[in-house]
Write a protein that binds this ligand. Structure first.
Ligand code: AMP
Length: 114
């Protein structure tokens, strides 16, 4: 989608430190990390937010979690622990309207989140 910064990352119009890619999914380091490991995992297809997913996206969304656990292992945070965050809409802090899963690790996380 035009003017979507994550679509631009997918199309290599914006640079990013990519850590994983396949035909449907891209993962790259967050530009403003909130933990020692902070990776964004996105579908290449433009989906604005969780509110826009459809039943046809079920395999894609499921695969994102397989990618997440593999990246957690790659970065050696699978044993210590990690958090997946999906912010939806302004009240939850969503600032980029292309669905993305934050994979955070390398430090202790409190609960409840802020
Ligand atoms: P959210 O606030 O949940 O929508 O998360 C958006 C995330 O995208 C934030 O953590 C930003 O730091 C991150 N971000 C924005 N632009 C870029 C970019 N060009 N490359 C990598 N991360 C980005």
């Amino acid at each position: 989608m035009e003017n979507c910064i994550f679509c631009k990352v997918v199309k290599r119009e914006l640079s990013a430190e990519i850590v994983y890619e396949d035909n449907e999914i891209l993962a790259f380091r967050d530009i403003n990390p909130q933990a020692p490991i902070h990776i964004l995992i996105i579908p290449k297809k433009h989906i604005g937010s969780l509110n826009e997913i459809e039943i046809d996206d079920i395999n894609l969304i499921g695969k994102i979690f397989i990618v997440a656990k593999n990246i957690a292992k790659q970065f050696k945070i699978d044993s210590s622990g990690y958090r997946i965050v999906l912010n939806t809409n302004f009240g939850a802090g969503q600032s980029v309207y292309h669905i993305h899963f934050h994979l955070l690790g390398g430090r202790f996380f409190r609960w409840p989140p802020g």
